[in-house]
Design a protein around this ligand. Structure first.
Ligand SMILES: C[S@@+](CC[C@H](N)C(=O)[O-])C[C@H]1O[C@@H](n2cnc3c(N)ncnc32)[C@H](O)[C@@H]1O
Length: 267
């Protein structure tokens, strides 16, 4: 079996398991998670910011220039070469339009003051994080300088009213010095190195920054058997109380007043 078909088989099995275990708001008894599900996840409002998110995506999808990409992390399942079209990166490596809008709603709902994104790429998710709370301070980390400069140029043109900063850095080297970051960090979006080892390393390095309001969102928790192992370890960590598995994302809360409980919710 090829690597790709092993991956497809894994995803299909995981997704069927997810569908079997998942619920909508009717299976949720925690008021905190019920409100989040009904007022945020399933909120059907057509926010004007969605248009800005679409325009940002369109400008990348129409960009036929190529850049030389520095490869990090668990590697690409799509690209063979490091010379890549910006439009192709936007199509394959970025957050989907549906998730982009959901990320915007999550930020809008919680209004975090400090946001950290681990893995900027072309800034698709960054745009949702920035628009969700224009009063927040948003820092986004990316190791590839050429990819980052595309995002940075677009942001400098389009998001002049947002408070953002981009940093070209390898993740671990920055996170090892995270104590210098303005804290607490209220929301972290983990969308960089999708390997078990790196995910757990970042998890441990960032633990000192959590408080009662902290929300961490891990992308691609079912991407591989190893990522599923990392997700189980995160769920069982004594500091973690509530978790929500939405298949694509694992949401993690550290709220002291909540009983430890794991939810699996279809969005
Ligand atoms: C999946 S992409 C991020 C997508 C982006 N959040 C979005 O939705 O548009 C992951 C990014 O993380 C970067 N990356 C992966 N591992 C890294 C590492 N160890 N240090 C720095 N950057 C890394 C890659 O260069 C890539 O651009």
């Amino acid at each position: 079996m090829t690597k790709l078909s092993t991956y497809m088989l894994h995803i299909i099995k995981s997704y069927l398991k997810f569908l079997w275990n998942s619920t909508n708001q009717h299976g949720v008894h925690s008021p905190f998670v019920f409100n989040l599900t009904t007022k945020c996840f399933y909120n059907k409002s057509n926010y004007p910011e969605y248009k800005t998110l679409k325009e940002y995506r369109k400008s990348l999808l129409e960009n036929k220039n190529t850049i030389e990409v520095t490869d990090f992390g668990a590697g690409s399942r799509v690209f063979k070469s490091n010379t890549r079209k910006i439009s192709a990166i936007a199509k394959n490596a970025g957050i989907s339009p549906k998730r982009d809008e959901l990320l915007f709603r999550i930020v809008r709902y919680f209004q975090p003051e400090n946001i950290l994104e681990i893995g900027t790429s072309l800034g698709l998710a960054t745009s949702a994080l920035a628009l969700g709370n224009k009063n927040s301070y948003l820092l986004s980390l990316e190791g590839c300088p050429n990819t980052l400069s595309v995002a940075e140029n677009l942001f400098n043109n389009k998001f002049t009213d947002c408070n953002f900063e981009f940093l070209n850095t390898e993740f671990s080297s920055y996170l090892k010095n995270i104590i210098h970051h303005p804290s607490p960090i209220n929301l972290i979006y983990f969308d960089g190195n999708h390997s078990k080892q790196a995910t757990l390393e970042y998890f441990e390095l960032l633990l000192p920054t959590v408080n009662n309001e902290t929300l961490w969102i891990f992308d691609d928790i079912h991407w591989s058997a190893n990522m599923e192992e990392a997700w189980e370890i995160i769920k069982n960590h004594p500091k973690v109380t509530v978790t929500i598995d939405t298949f694509q994302w694992g949401l993690v809360f550290f709220r002291y007043e909540q009983e430890k409980e794991h939810f699996t919710i279809r969005i």
